[in-house]
Ligand binder design. Structure first.
Ligand code: UDP
Length: 250
């Protein structure tokens, strides 16, 4: 696995948690995962030691697992502990959130109590726009803004629900409850939809089934958001359990 940092001239995009670099093949990008952590639209900033490597490793494992279940993903290969190559896609600027249990903004915006089990998974769309603070979108607003076609909206929702089923099953094997998570998707030049971005404790809420205490059970970025401590240790536990479960699946 090459450890040399990619050249600055190849840098195409730097986000809050990852940097994207061009490669010799224009259909392939290199993603480097950072230790930087942000929350509340980057009002809170910090570093989680080893997060880049752990999130890259967790995301690579989950992408591989989803691919075995027939989900098209942008993942190609993990080239270093904190680096993966991915298909270059036109990213749809929509965050697709799936929820199984009420937490976070769903509780804040609806008054539902934290931990309420939803009668069926809820799919939500958010506009990926920092200036507007990633607002919740209705499907009609999504169409109004031409962010996707009507059939793409349906495909996004269906894929997100399928991914939720696969991930819920997978995390159960890890003794973890998948509370909610955020996905991003992109289109290839032929218009085919792929799962993109990452799936990691930065983008999921994960509760440890062996803990009942509402703070101790948290294994995801809420530990950072809410200053619960033990952030890196929680990510490390998620990585260990995911890699163990992957070994059992294959
Ligand atoms: N999420 C994310 N990136 C975002 C917003 C949300 O990965 O920009 C994830 C978040 O980690 C959680 C889910 O999406 O797993 C739902 O987040 P929510 O809307 O509850 O927002 P929050 O409470 O984090 O503000």
């Amino acid at each position: 696995m090459p450890e040399t940092p990619p050249s600055e001239t190849a840098k195409r995009y730097e986000g809050k948690a990852k940097i994207l670099y061009a490669t010799e093949d224009e259909s392939v990008l290199l993603t480097v995962f950072k230790d930087d952590a942000t929350a509340f639209n980057a009002l809170k900033r910090g570093q989680i030691t080893g997060k880049g490597q752990m999130n890259c490793t967790i995301a690579a494992a989950l992408f591989k697992y989803l691919a075995t279940q027939g989900i098209p993903t942008h993942f190609i290969t993990q080239t270093a502990p904190d680096q993966m190559t991915v298909k270059a896609l036109q990213i749809i600027p929509v965050e697709v959130v799936v929820r199984n249990i009420a937490a976070g903004s769903l509780c804040r915006q609806t008054g539902l109590e934290l931990g309420t089990i939803l009668p069926q998974p809820l799919v939500e769309f958010y506009y990926k726009n920092d200036d507007l603070q990633d607002p919740l979108l209705t499907r009609d607003r999504l169409l109004l803004l031409n962010l996707a076609t009507p059939s793409q909206v349906e495909e996004l929702a269906q894929m997100a629900l399928q991914i939720n089923q696969y991930l819920t099953t997978f995390f159960k094997r890890c003794n973890v409850t998948l509370v909610d998570f955020k996905l991003e998707f992109g289109l290839d030049p032929q218009g085919m939809l792929y799962l993109a971005d990452e799936i990691s404790p930065d983008t999921c809420r994960l509760w440890d089934d062996s803990e009942t205490d509402p703070e101790r059970r948290v294994m995801d970025k809420d530990r950072f958001r809410q200053d619960l401590g033990g952030v890196a240790a929680a990510y490390q536990t998620v990585q260990e359990r995911v890699l163990q479960a992957i070994a059992q699946f294959s």
